[in-house]
Every structure is written in C-alpha cells, then in structure tokens.
Design a protein around this ligand. Structure first.
Ligand SMILES: [Zn+2]
Ligand SMILES: [Zn+2]
Length: 424
C-alpha cells in the first residue's frame, strides 16, 4: 500500500513510500539515498534512550572528568569547571565552542526529542509539534558528543608520557551519554516521524498528482524538511510550515562564499601553531602537522593516523570535493551523477569529524595548567581551524545535490518531448 509520494532529497526523483514496517528500509532507486527506515517500537525506544542520555549528561557535569598528576602536583577538571577555566585563562571562544557543541546542542537535541516523543507516545499530536520536529532535525549535524570523546582520547595519548592521568567518573557518564544520544538519533528516522505525526493526528494528505521522474520537471517541489510534495507555486509547506524552494535559494553562491572563506582560513590554520606547550619555562609551539609528526615519533601510530585523517585529509578532501561538485553543476557535466551524489553525502557526513583537533586543544588547555611546571595554551590556529570546519559544513549544507541531476532531467525531458513530437 502506497502511503506517501515524496521526491528524493538527493536527486529529486518522485517515488512512492510504502507502509513503514518494522525493520524495513527504502532506498531511492536512482541515487541509492536512504529515504526512510523504520524500527520496531522506535518512538518508545527513542524516548527511553533520550531520558537515559539526559540523565547521564547530568551525571557527567559535577564529578571529575580527568585528572593530571605531575611531580606531586595534580590538576583535576570537571566539564563545567573546564569551561570556567578556559574563560578564566582568557579563551572564552574555546569555552563557547565546547559548551555549544558538546553540552548545549546535544542536551537540546535530547530534550526536543522528548518534547515530541512523549506526547506522540500517548497518541497526542499538536500543530506546534511540526515546527519543533523541523527544528530538531536541523540540530542534528551540530551535536558533536562522539567527536569530542575521540578528541579526549587523542588528548590522553598526547600527554600520557608527560604525567599520570586519572579518568574520572564524569568521563564514563559522558561515554554513556554519547551512546544513548546515538541510540536516540538512530531509533527514529525523520521521514517515519513525519508520517507518524500525520497518522496519529488523523490528517490525511491529499497527494499532488505526480508521476515517475524529476519533481521539478513536473512543476513540483518537495519540502526540504519533511519531503511533502507541493506545486512550485506554493511558498510554505502544508505539513511543517517550512519555507519552500524548488532548490536551495542562492545555494551555489552561498556554497562558494562559505568554501572560499574556509580556503582562506585554512592557511593560518595550518601555518600558525595550534597549541603551545610550556615546559619549565620554555615554549614549544606545534602546528597541526607538527602534532601528527610528534604522535608518530612517539609510536602512537593509530592516533597519529586518526588526527592526520581528521585534521588534514578530511578538510582538504572536503574542499576539493565541493569544488568538483560546484564545477560539475556550473559546466553542466552530465556524467556519473550517482558517484557525485555519493560523494556529496560522504562530504556532508564526515565534515564534523574534523573538529577533533579543536577539542584536543580545549581539553589539554583546561587540563594541563600546572603553573611554571607545565602548561598548555591554545595557538592562533585553533580558532582558524574551527572556522574552517564550521564553514565547510555550512558550505556542504548549502549545496543542493539535486542540481547534479537537473541537467540530466532536462535531457530526459528533451528526449520525452522529442519522442512525443515524432509520435504526433
Ligand atoms: Zn535519489
Ligand atoms: Zn515540510
């Protein structure tokens, strides 16, 4: 039974979604994009996971997160205290980055899930829940709890040789919080949640007439948030009330603007030191690449590879991939649209992992402050590099992958029109 017609977010192909059965997955037949999956009792599970996640996040705040001991002196930090220490040391920007990406946004995500899932579980759906769900899914890329954890592990390896490290109770609570956050997010698929809201509220959407092929070629557009099909003349989505645009508005210009700014910032991010280690009064600045080389020389090969891939390979590959995608669209390159769409999805997925090095610096600066003995200060490259990561993420978000398929759709349309003319 066909429940809803949507257009693929990646290639604009109109397709019919069947009734979501537990364990079923629906892929776009043209570009392979996963358009929906459904899990058994997904809403109930996600609500329980979200409550557990928030509980462990609360537990991760008051207790020691890490302790650092050297020559009889000890520095102990909790998550809250590390933010306060960063502000006190004169690095409010780093404190703000930490607070936003590892505490505030993940907590807001879990809280918003509960605001929607608890009433939904009791069979209540209010009109206000639709914009809330829209907001919820726009938050997803910015919650970086698991990226932070990898950053903490890298930090531990970096200073393991300098002193004794003690992992505190809050660290384990934060690990459990990250696991529950991932479980919450993966329990409910966006498309399934939109359909469930309609089903519970009893709203029956009258489908727009659409046939197979590109939505835009048929004078249709799909909502960027909930996927509902509309005429290209509509301005607001009937379901989630989001603004409608056949394609991301000024998407190419915005993608170029964010990308070029990221490219400019990439130079100071790599040329200037990302942190300074002050050992017995002598200053040892290190760049991103210098940090990788030091890890390698100390024999921490896996961690050196992780940092090299996250901080050097991913940002460069991402910028080159976006340039390639943009040029393909500008030049109307019609070949390998599936490959380019896959590359786009990968670029969008991996972007946030480059934040590892920024978190490493934040953790080390908060943790290693033993006065004249040893202390770590952030370098000028830290903020530049955080800027590169955020700007490349915004750049990828503003690129509309359906543009890759548009030149193809025009050719298809042309072929159909030619066929009809020859029949006449
Ligand atoms: Zn598709
Ligand atoms: Zn919508």
């Amino acid at each position: 039974m066909v429940v809803e017609q949507i257009a693929c977010h990646c290639c604009d192909l109109v397709m019919e979604l069947p009734e979501p059965d537990a364990g079923s997955r629906a892929h776009c037949p043209r570009c392979g994009h996963l358009v929906m999956y459904s899990t058994k009792n997904g809403y109930q599970k996600a609500a329980v996971f979200a409550v557990c996640g928030l509980w462990f996040l609360l537990l991760s705040l008051p207790f020691p997160f890490l302790a650092f001991q050297s020559q009889g002196r000890e520095q102990q930090v909790s998550l809250i205290q590390s933010g306060a220490d960063l502000i006190h040391l004169g690095f409010p920007e780093l404190a703000l980055l930490l607070f936003l990406f590892i505490l505030f946004i993940p907590a807001l995500l879990l809280g918003t899930y509960l605001v929607v899932l608890l009433p939904l579980g009791r069979g209540f759906v209010g009109r206000w829940m639709y914009p809330v769900v829209r907001f919820l899914f726009s938050l997803h890329p910015w919650g970086m709890a698991e990226v932070f954890l990898i950053g903490v592990l890298v930090s531990l390896v970096k200073i393991a040789g300098m002193a004794d490290l003690v992992i505190g109770l809050s660290f384990w609570a934060y690990v459990l919080f990250s696991i529950f956050l991932i479980l919450t997010i993966t329990s409910v698929h966006q498309q399934q949640l939109w359909m469930e809201l309609d089903r519970t509220s009893g709203i029956c959407r009258i489908p727009v007439k659409a046939s197979a092929g590109s939505a835009l070629a048929q004078g249709l557009q799909s909502c960027h948030h909930c996927g509902l099909l509309h005429s290209v003349h509509d301005h607001h989505c009937r379901r989630c009330q989001g603004r409608l645009h056949p394609r991301v508005r000024s998407g190419l210009q915005k993608t170029w603007a964010y990308l070029l700014t990221a490219c400019v910032l990439y130079l100071p991010a790599n040329l200037y030191p990302i942190m300074h280690t002050r050992l017995f009064g002598s200053d040892d600045p290190s760049t991103i690449l210098g940090g990788v080389v030091a890890l390698w020389q100390h024999g921490s090969y896996p961690i050196a590879i992780v940092v090299f891939v996250a901080s050097i390979v991913i940002p460069v590959a991402k910028m080159m991939a976006i340039i390639w995608l943009l040029l393909g669209v500008h030049l109307g390159y019609p070949h390998q649209p599936e490959v380019r769409t896959r590359m786009y999805r990968l670029t969008e997925f991996i972007g946030r992992w480059s934040m590892i090095d920024v978190f490493v610096v934040a953790v080390l600066v908060a943790l290693v402050q033993l006065g004249g003995l040893i202390s770590i200060q952030p370098g000028i490259a830290t903020l530049a590099f955080a800027g590169v990561v955020v700007l490349t993420m915004l750049s990828a978000m503003n690129f509309d992958p359906r543009l890759i398929w548009d030149s193809l759709s025009q050719q298809e349309q042309h072929a159909v029109n030619c066929g009809q003319e020859s029949l006449n």
